[in-house]
Design a protein around this ligand. Structure first.
Ligand SMILES: Cc1cc2nc3c(=O)[nH]c(=O)nc-3n(C[C@H](O)[C@H](O)[C@H](O)COP(=O)(O)O)c2cc1C
Length: 301
């Protein structure tokens, strides 16, 4: 079940996705973090953020919409209050998710994390659709994305995985930009920009008006995007979007992903990531797959 993403070894290809797994330590009592490949922290910014006004989460057909607005405790508090607990969990792989309103903000977060022990990799969120000045600008404009990735890579002491926005026409082209700027891996997809309306009040169901759609509703689009990216770059791909069962993870691996992340499923079942990880192991055994890594790119067209 072991895989390697940008030089980081993981016990399983199944990773807990950013924003759906707190800062990892909150899940210590709920599941065995040693049975999953890694976990990604909630997005970290230079300063703490309160996020958007409620309502900011709703359920949709086969999914959910959120506009949390990147609420987080800030990088300093993360290092001081959460990292000691993460370091105490043996063998757990921690990926720090980083974002900022400006390139300088992102650089500031990475600089601070560079000095903290116990982080395996950075996931740079170039794709959040919820903040007015944030990720959307980087994630949907090739020049801004290239500049952001290049500058972050220059100062990063750890492998840099770039999380791509799905809200673009040519995701393969954006992945190529990230690779050319020095990304060691790409992850995709973040949530899809969406709008739900309460027809009685004629108001948006989410206070921010728009939100990001995730969960099973987006899976076939996300798998298609991973497949397109796999044909565009030769760095590792971490795929996600709507994974709720082991077979969903297999689809992403066959489309070209080296590993997968699980997000929304943790809201229905906080142990989902562990269950999908052990379920994938069983699926491989039952289907004559001796090495999960052999699934990567196995799609027959
Ligand atoms: C409530 C919520 C908060 C999220 N926060 C972040 C975040 O802080 N940074 C980030 O890169 N992605 C964030 N995401 C996106 C997820 O990591 C993932 O890319 C997306 O939800 C698709 O996967 P899923 O369908 O398995 O949830 C968030 C998603 C949800 C549902």
């Amino acid at each position: 079940m072991t895989v390697e993403v940008a030089g980081v070894a993981m016990r399983s290809p199944v990773i807990a996705a950013s924003g759906t797994f707190g800062y990892g330590v909150e899940f210590e009592e709920i599941l065995d973090l040693a049975k999953i490949g890694a976990f990604v922290t909630k997005g970290l910014s230079l300063h703490p953020m309160d996020g958007n006004k409620a309502p900011r989460i709703i359920e949709t057909s086969s999914g959910m919409m959120n506009a949390i607005g990147l609420q987080n405790i800030g990088v300093e508090a993360f290092i001081k209050d959460k990292m000691p607990g993460i370091r105490r969990m043996p063998g757990v792989v921690c990926i720090a998710n980083v974002f900022g309103y400006t390139i300088e903000d992102c650089l500031g977060v990475i600089e601070r994390l560079n000095d903290a022990e116990g982080i395996a990799m950075y996931e740079l969120n170039a794709s959040c659709p919820n903040t007015k000045h944030g990720g959307m600008v980087f994630g949907t404009d090739p020049d801004s994305l290239g500049d952001l990735v290049h500058q972050c890579k220059n100062i990063s002491k750890r492998p840099l995985m770039v999380k791509l926005s799905p809200n673009v026409t040519n995701i393969g082209g954006m992945a190529r930009v990230a690779q050319a700027a020095g990304a060691n891996a790409v992850s995709l997809v973040n949530t899809f920009l969406s709008l739900a309306i309460d027809v009685k009040t004629r108001k948006p169901k989410i206070a921010n008006v728009t939100g990001g759609l995730s969960g099973p509703a987006i899976k076939p689009i996300a798998v298609r995007m991973v497949w397109e990216v796999a044909r565009s770059v030769n760095i590792p791909i971490v795929g996600m979007g709507g994974i709720v069962k082991p077979e969903d993870a297999v689809e992403f691996l066959l489309a070209g992903a080296t590993a997968v992340e699980v997000g929304t499923a943790s809201y229905a079942d906080p142990r989902a990531v562990e269950k999908i990880s052990t379920g994938l192991e069983r699926w491989c055994a039952a289907n004559g797959v001796t090495n999960a890594a052999d699934l990567t790119g196995g799609l027959r067209t």
